[in-house]
Design a protein around this ligand. Structure first.
Ligand code: GTP
Ligand code: MG
Length: 155
């Protein structure tokens, strides 16, 4: 199944939202295949947010994402990248619907709690997983109960 990269940002970590956010993906039926609690350094921040290097908010974004730890995860499931983005909401929490993570936990564009790979950016999920995780840090397994999530489980 498809895998996608998700990260609770330093604001979400400081606000104690890791458990809540993990629960939402678990409750949806997605399967965790990797996770780590790390502090992003300058180099990794520049690689991860390279597409925004020319934007006026770039320096602030790098400063924020390196300011405190993040909780990085890889989630697996059918259409995972698009489904997770739908659960995350819009880039700006103020524009995000209630029920989405940013719509429930954020109010400010620069502190929007969570990152998830962009489904409209082809291959972003694979690139970001590779950037943050070594192959041996990802676990191949099938969560118990998966037959109750999907009508047809491919095994
Ligand atoms: P990510 O999941 O973090 O990549 O968010 P996104 O894909 O919804 O948005 P995008 O990749 O366009 O922007 C990356 C991050 O930069 C956003 O999550 C915001 O925190 C920040 N950002 C984007 N646009 C602005 C802006 O206009 N001003 C400020 N201050 N921050 C911005
Ligand atoms: Mg993005």
């Amino acid at each position: 199944d498809e895998r996608t990269f998700v990260m609770v940002k330093p604001d979400g970590v400081n606000r104690g939202l890791i458990g809540e956010i993990v629960s939402r993906f678990e409750d949806r039926g997605l399967q965790l295949v990797g996770a780590k609690f790390i502090q992003i350094d300058e180099e990794l921040a520049h690689e991860h947010y390279g597409e925004h290097a020319d934007k006026p908010f770039f320096d602030g974004l790098v400063e924020f994402i390196t300011s405190d730890p993040v909780f990085a995860m890889v989630w697996e499931g059918a259409d995972a990248t698009r489904q997770v983005r739908a659960m995350v909401g819009e880039t700006d929490p103020a524009e995000s619907a209630p029920g989405t993570i940013r719509g429930d936990f954020g109010l400010d564009l620069g502190h929007n709690v969570i990152h998830a790979s962009d489904h409209e950016d082809e291959g972003a999920n694979v690139r970001e997983i590779d950037l943050f995780f070594d192959d041996e840090e990802l676990v191949d397994w099938t969560r118990s109960g998966t037959t109750w999530v999907y009508e047809d489980v491919e095994e």
